[in-house]
Write a protein of this length. Structure first.
Length: 58
C-alpha cells in the first residue's frame, strides 16, 4: 500500500475478513468474488493515491 491511511487499512481488513468468513463456511464462489473485488479496489485506491497531488503527506 502506498499510503498509510488508517481508514483504508481498516476497510481492507474488513474486506479480507469477509473473504475469510466465506472461505471457512465453504462458500468458495463468494469468497473468490470478495477477494477479487477487494484486490481490485485496493489497486484502484493505490493508483489514485499515486496520482493525487503531493501537497500533504499521506
Amino acid at each position: 500500500m502506498m499510503c498509510d491511511n488508517l481508514f483504508f487499512k481498516i476497510v481492507w481488513v474488513i474486506v479480507y475478513g469477509i473473504t475469510a468468513y466465506f472461505t471457512f463456511t465453504n462458500q468458495m464462489m463468494m469468497a473468490m468474488y470478495w477477494m477479487a473485488g477487494g484486490m481490485f479496489a485496493q489497486a484502484v485506491v493505490d493508483l489514485i493515491y499515486h496520482f493525487w497531488p503531493k501537497q500533504r503527506k499521506c
